[in-house]
Design a protein around this ligand. Structure first.
Ligand code: ATP
Ligand code: MG
Length: 889
């Protein structure tokens, strides 16, 4: 039975028992900041267990993608060393939400194992939680398992929890005894042993409690069932192989690697570890990237990076220096594509991400390994078995060695790493970075701005979102008190006509440039003052600075003034900004969840959106993106904004921009169900106002980063109108009725090609004819035949064929020919072979070309040149005879 069949048998069995089959959720738990990766089947049902969420079924079954490479459940360290642990694996599970409980779960579990899959009963062992008499009784009395094959174990083994908080409860496990041939081989080996002999297959969790942050257990409203069984383990047992890696879910990756590394599996125990690590990690990275994780220096991305780097290193141990994981990942895609078709859609992207990361690390891996090995040798001499923390940090900092990779390598030589020292070194560096950032980052801010900010009362309140000073979300006109006037970095009391100054008001509807949106322009005025606001900036926290030119009268600090934003521009900007949000979601829909905003510019006349993606999207995909955005415009969603806590916003699913710093309170901009982003910008009231969205350009700007430029509203309309006008002109020129332009142009181009071909034929013939007539024009100087001739309107190719055929005709001599096309001179010189010891075509052409303000060169028998002055061509050709004469002296 193949692994895929076993998965199907499991789901079919539980479907028959009234369970709804639910799709595996993503490896990135949705809206659960407490969890790094989905590490069990129950994760997607967490809220159902807690009673916070209702589903329309009470029984469910899944085959869930899991990763255990960080957080509470972390098997990264043991992968490759045991036969049964993976970073990525599939967990088969059946769930009951307040429906059946212990007895039901145990009966189903036993029936599936012994009757569907037909595992030998006598080899199965059972464990229960030490105080769980109920479960013991069910196994013993209802199922008939002898009491000596039911072990009572403690908290560590038989009390399950997902994380430090959340649903939990006692559990009962089904183990299989694989016989003395597997594992530690000690006679006293039993279910409790950590070796591979008694392998845990299935864990039935009796979910009864919720654990809060203080560790207090409270009973769940409805006791529930959560079970989990590793598909790879079950497959190995069913297929009667000794380890998961020999099952058909993993062995093909190893087989492929055997070919790749030209080494056999099962010959050397250290190499085998490497083979297993590579097979395991290839699966993990393929699935993680498919679910949207990108290698980075923190969080999930760092775990991914660590897995890739570990695998790279094992590849190196098997003798490969160049990238290979992108290839083993393709094997994974092929193995798993029927169950996870999304892998195929993303395969090209996945291998691009992997090979980029491999290349990045590859070059430093060597150096790092060498440095670490030297270090280990040195320490051995000193009989010290600990790698100092600073050295481990240096490896991380200079060679990109994650700590656990260093630990891994150290372990191979019986060393350990001073991890505390490592952490100290890391902290020290962060401290330094912070200090230098302070020095450089903020220096760019003019001191006078800081002074102003200090002066403004309630500096504290300014650290909140900008709405304190900014009133422009709802209004575009108001009055404001002039607090400060700045000119040439100094505070002023007043400013008069003609001056350009910076103005700070107590409150303002002017939007200061931020979040990619440009600053507002507009006017300040009162009875005898008029000033143009050219731009608005937000250089520091919420300080809004207006750049203004006083057109009439003078202004004084303390005066109240009327202010109004240029509404047309603001409205156009808002359309572009709202469209940017729709575009962001549409890109993710079409290209995948890995798409992240990498920058943007929103101005009145266009928008620019930078995003992460590895290859140029197909034209079809860009069309689809444009189509979706326009569709969402027509849906005319209300654009709603609200202010809430950052945690709440993220929980609700709002997109936060990577690398952006947010305060405690954030503003959330929502467009129907389609888009929800954290954003401080100004938006239109309903998406319908955008009117039209048109992408005018897409291209790459850096490795993995691409840019879209687009227009909305009137800008988009005008653009299309212009295109239409051009098309009309073309139509007129072609004298083509609408819709027939293409056919007509094709015809014209074909005809053009035909004419060119005919013309070439004619030219060839003319050239031939001319060389036939030239014999009369040949001059003989010092016994050498010389011909120098202006051919008229020909290109260099024609000249060359003229030279060739004339050389044949005159048998011995020099031929130089010139021509003019498109205002440029071409010259070619040829010398027959018998004369090349005396005369050099390259030399001849050089001296000739100078006269037509050109240059050139070539071989002794054939050379060519270009020139800028056609008027001098005849003179130059005439000079050829003298030039050659001199050469013949
Ligand atoms: P073990 O003690 O063997 O590491 P566990 O107690 O961590 O297992 P559970 O958290 O109960 O396992 O997970 C349920 C089932 O998922 C296990 O019975 C096993 O079949 C499978 N499983 C758990 N961890 C892994 C892993 N790292 N790789 C493959 N399968 C696993
Ligand atoms: Mg475990």
């Amino acid at each position: 039975m193949t692994g895929h069949e076993i998965r199907k048998r499991f789901l079919d069995y539980f479907k028959e028992k009234g369970h709804t089959i639910v799709k595996s959720s993503s490896l990135i738990p949705s809206a659960d900041p407490t969890l790094l990766f989905t590490n069990a089947g129950m994760v997607q049902f967490k809220d159902v267990f807690l009673g916070n969420e209702k589903r329309d079924y009470k029984r469910a079954a899944t085959s869930q993608k899991c990763v255990r490479a960080g957080g509470k459940h972390n098997d990264l360290e043991v992968v490759g060393r045991t036969a049964r642990h993976h970073t990525f694996f599939e967990m088969l599970g059946n769930f009951s939400f307040g429906d059946y409980f212990k007895e039901g779960a145990i009966k189903y579990g036993w029936e599936f194992m012994t009757e569907v899959i037909k595992l030998p009963k006598e080899k199965l062992w059972i464990t229960v939680y030490k105080d769980d008499d109920e479960a013991f009784k069910i196994w013993n009395e209802k199922i008939g398992i002898p009491a000596d094959k039911i072990m009572r174990l403690g908290e560590k083994d038989n009390f399950w929890s997902m994380g430090d908080t959340g649903p939990c409860g006692p559990c009962s496990e089904i183990h299989i005894d694989q016989g003395e041939g597997i594992g530690c081989g000690r006679p006293e080996c039993n279910v409790e042993c950590d070796c591979d002999r008694f392998m845990e297959l299935w864990n039935l969790v009796f979910m009864q409690y919720n654990r809060d942050a203080k560790g207090v257990l409270t009973a769940l409203p409805n006791p529930s069932i959560d079970t989990g069984m590793g598909l790879e383990r079950l497959s190995a047992v069913v297929q009667k192989v000794k380890s998961n890696y020999e099952s058909d879910l993993l062995r093909p990756i190893i087989t492929y690697s055997e070919g790749l590394f030209e080494k056999g599996y099962g010959k050397d125990s250290n190499m085998d570890i490497s083979f297993r690590v590579i097979a395991d990690h290839s699966r993990a990275i393929t699935f993680l990237i498919a679910d949207g994780v990108m290698p980075s220096n923190e969080g999930r991305g760092y775990v991914l990076r660590r897995i890739i780097r570990r695998a790279s290193r094992h590849g190196k141990m098997l003798g490969k220096n160049e990238p290979f994981l992108f290839k083993t990942s393709e094997v994974v895609v092929n193995l798993m594509k029927d169950t996870y078709p999304e892998l195929v859609d993303r395969s090209e992207y996945i291998s691009r991400v992997i090979s980029t990361e491999e290349e990045r690390f590859g070059s430093t891996l060597d150096y790092g390994m060498r440095m670490l090995n030297d270090l280990i040798e040195n320490l051995k001499v000193k009989k010290d078995r600990t790698i100092p923390g600073e050295e481990a940090f240096k490896l991380y900092d200079t060679y990109g060695f994650p700590l656990d990779l260093t630990e891994d390598i150290a372990r191979d030589s019986g060393f350990s790493v001073d991890t505390q020292g490592y952490t100290r070194a890391m902290e020290g560096q962060k401290e330094k970075a912070r200090a230098s950032w302070k020095g450089s980052g903020e220096e760019g801010i003019k001191p006078v701005y800081r002074e102003v900010l200090q002066k403004i009362k309630g500096v504290q309140s300014l650290s909140k979102p900008q709405r304190d000073m900014f009133t422009g979300y709802d209004s575009m006109e108001s009055e404001g008190v002039i607090l400060y006037i700045i000119k040439n970095n100094e505070l002023r009391k007043s400013a008069s006509e003609g001056e350009e100054v910076e103005i700070v008001l107590d409150k303002t509807p002017f939007y200061g440039e931020s979040g990619g949106q440009v600053g507002d322009t507009g006017k300040f005025w009162d009875e005898d003052v008029n000033a143009d606001v050219m731009d608005t900036k937000k250089p520091l926290q919420n300080l809004i600075i207006h750049n203004a030119v006083i057109k009439k009268g003078s202004i004084k600090a303390g005066n109240t003034i009327k202010i109004s934003v240029n509404q047309d521009k603001r409205r156009a900007t808002a359309l572009n900004h709202s469209a940017t949000h729709l575009l962001h979601t549409a890109l993710r829909d079409v290209l995948g969840d890995h798409v992240k905003q990498a920058g943007s510019l929103v101005s009145p006349d266009r928008l620019r959106f930078d995003y992460t993606h590895f290859s140029a999207p197909a034209a079809k995909e860009m069309h689809r993106v444009e189509e979706i955005v326009n569709q969402k415009i027509r849906e005319n969603y209300a654009v709603e904004t609200s202010v809430m806590g950052l945690d709440d916003a993220v929980k609700k699913g709002a997109t936060a921009l990577f690398g952006e710093k947010y305060g405690e309170e954030v503003r959330v901009v929502k467009m129907g169900d389609y888009s929800m982003e954290l954003c401080g910008g100004t938006h239109t009231k309903a998406t319908g106002n955008i009117g039209l969205f048109k992408i005018i350009h897409e291209g790459g700007i850096a490795s993995g980063i691409r840019r879209i430029e687009a227009l909305t509203g009137e800008g988009a309309y005008k653009y299309i109108k212009q295109e239409e006008e051009q098309l009309n002109e073309i139509r007129d020129m072609l004298k083509s009725p609408p819709q027939e332009e293409l056919a007509k142009i094709k015809k014209v181009l074909e005809r053009n090609k035909e004419l060119e071909r005919e013309l070439q034929k004619l030219k060839d013939k003319t050239v031939k004819d001319m060389s036939g007539d030239v014999m009369a024009e040949v001059k003989i100087i010092k016994g050498v035949n010389i011909l120098s001739k202006n051919l008229g309107n020909f290109d260099i190719k024609d000249l060359r064929s003229f030279i060739d055929s004339t050389k044949v005709k005159i048998k011995s001599g020099v031929v130089v020919a010139g021509a003019v096309t498109d205002g440029k001179v071409s010259l070619v010189a040829g010398v027959t072979k018998d004369l090349t010891s005396k005369l050099n075509a390259g030399e001849i052409i050089k001296q000739t070309a100078v006269i037509v303000e050109g240059s050139g060169g070539g071989r002794a028998d054939m050379a060519q040149a270009g020139g800028k002055n056609p008027a001098k061509l005849d003179e130059a050709l005439e000079k050829v005879y003298e030039i050659i004469e001199k050469m013949l002296v």
